[in-house]
Design a protein around this ligand. Structure first.
Ligand SMILES: *Cc1c(COP(=O)(O)O)cnc(C)c1O
Length: 474
């Protein structure tokens, strides 16, 4: 047995590269990523011509490893070239991505030392760091001391966690589902719909509240629908508002909706995945008034704080509500949950073992301070205003003054089908690839979207888009 063990050990030890091997691989990775960053301004935001990553399949997972050169080449050609480049400041479609560098280094450290961030007992420092970040965000949105939350992988998961928490917070059992009512709008993000299905609530009555001309929920219609549902013997229990819809960046009237939700006993959830961090700016703070009224809300650092993908946040006004849905008991964990001074993520979230996500947020916040984030968000709001004014000067139609950093616009040609014209125009922009915009349908019309949230988007990029639009439309 000892001989066999020693034999296995020899091969197993390859999993711990020697310092020289670490150095070699790390140098390749650093060179590659440095080159990527040095050229980020000239790399396309969208690459249509580079295949679809099929080359990866020519190199299957196998018993023998390959060299770092070969691995990087596979990544370069198959992963890092085709499709959308969210790291580019030319990404002005959907909701743009980020990728601030110090987050990558935070991830690197978190992965190297692999602290167990699920349980205070296992890593008091890691848990304290995550709780401190959650506290920081609770303070930002005006939540009280008893609030809490989770660092999740994404806004979608955060919404799902909130929907489940709302369900349990209003004690909706399966027998109650058919007579329980959820209030959304047609602008509500589809991850709420997913959350509703995952939470076993898809047989609830779903009411879509009328929108005003700026695609905001109309509080009066909400109040009327709740009232008539109550009169009909139904059980209104959940209202979902958006603080920055993905489509047009509309902010529902948060304060009025909050008052109606409270009055009717409904759980109030606000989806601020896209818009939430604008609260760091003076203008955003004004516009997001009422966020603090929510029983739960979500906010996405991988959108509004420009982090690389993989960080969403759900905040709940009373952390006890999260514990009701997610606390657990396991005999094998008996040592972990005695006398703690901090709540552990595992007790108030669906996860147990998890990535130490806090470090990818903490490190950039500490190294940069908050000021550059605030400036960058203010810049995005102003760029949207600038684009809105300039695109109209070019003869484009744009009816909605931007509330945050999304502008919708279309060109109406003197003859011919306007939808077709705008589709062609958008495809021209995408084919060129230096800037990327996406589209939506507003009141049945094909409409282009300018969504400004990349920390790398500055005036020059917006001017380039305006110039392309002017040339192509002509
Ligand atoms: C992006 C977005 C989501 C989903 O968040 P992911 O992080 O993409 O899962 C939810 N709601 C709104 C309003 C969003 O913009």
């Amino acid at each position: 047995m000892r001989d066999k063990l020693l034999e296995l050990e020899e091969l197993a030890r390859q999993l711990e590269p020697l310092p020289l091997q670490r150095d070699e691989v790390r140098q390749h990775v650093i060179n590659y990523s440095e080159n990527f960053l040095d050229n980020i301004e000239s790399v396309k935001a969208y690459e249509t011509s580079a295949g679809k990553g099929e080359g990866l399949l020519d190199s299957p997972i196998s018993e023998e490893g390959i060299g770092i050169d070969a691995a990087i080449e596979l990544i370069r050609t198959n992963v890092d070239t085709p499709g959308l480049n969210p790291a580019s400041g030319g990404h002005l479609g959907y909701i743009p991505g980020g990728g601030i560098y110090y987050s990558a280094l935070g991830d690197y450290l978190a992965d190297v030392f692999n602290r167990y961030a699920g349980v205070f007992y296992a890593s008091p420092g890691a848990v304290r760091m995550e709780n401190m970040l959650i506290r920081w965000m609770c303070d930002l949105v005006g939540y009280p001391a008893e609030a809490g939350g989770n660092l999740t992988t994404s806004g979608s998961l955060a919404n799902m966690i909130a929907v489940v928490t709302a369900r349990d917070g209003r004690n909706i059992k399966s027998a109650d589902v058919p007579r329980s009512v959820i209030y959304l709008s047609r602008q509500t993000h589809h991850s709420i719909d997913k959350g509703i299905r995952v939470a076993g609530l898809c047989e609830c009555v779903i009411r879509y509240i009328d929108l005003d001309e700026r695609f905001r929920m109309q509080p009066r219609d909400l109040a009327q629908k709740i009232e008539s549902d109550k009169a009909a013997g139904l059980n209104p229990f959940l209202v979902v508002a958006s603080a920055g819809t993905t489509d047009v960046g509309a902010i529902d009237p948060l304060t009025e909706i909050g008052a109606i939700a409270k009055e009717s006993g409904c759980w109030y959830h606000i989806d601020a995945a896209y818009g939430g961090f604008f609260i760091l700016t003076d203008e955003g703070k004004e516009k997001l008034r009422g966020l603090e009224l929510a029983d739960s809300l979500i906010i996405d650092p991988h959108k509004g704080l420009f982090l690389p993908y993989g960080l969403g946040v759900v905040l709940v006004k009373n952390v006890g509500d999260l514990a009701r849905s997610y606390s657990f008991n396991a005999n094998y964990m008996q040592d972990a949950f005695t006398a703690q001074d901090e709540v552990s993520p595992a007790e108030i979230s669906p996860e147990l073992t998890k990535h130490f996500r806090g470090l990818r947020l903490w490190l950039p916040l500490k190294l940069h301070g908050v000021a550059p984030f605030r400036a960058c968000l203010e810049e995005k709001l102003l760029l949207a205003k600038y684009f809105y004014a300039e695109v109209k000067k070019l003869g484009f139609e744009s009816d909605l003054e931007p509330e945050l950093s999304v502008v919708t616009f279309r060109y109406v040609p003197s003859s011919g089908d306007a939808d077709e014209f705008n589709k062609r125009l958008m495809n021209k922009i995408i084919e060129d690839g230096r800037v990327f915009v996406s589209s939506t349908k507003l009141n049945g019309k094909f409409t282009m979207r300018f969504a400004c949230l990349s920390f790398r988007t500055h005036l020059k990029m917006v001017d380039m888009l305006l110039e392309k639009l002017a040339n192509e439309a002509a």
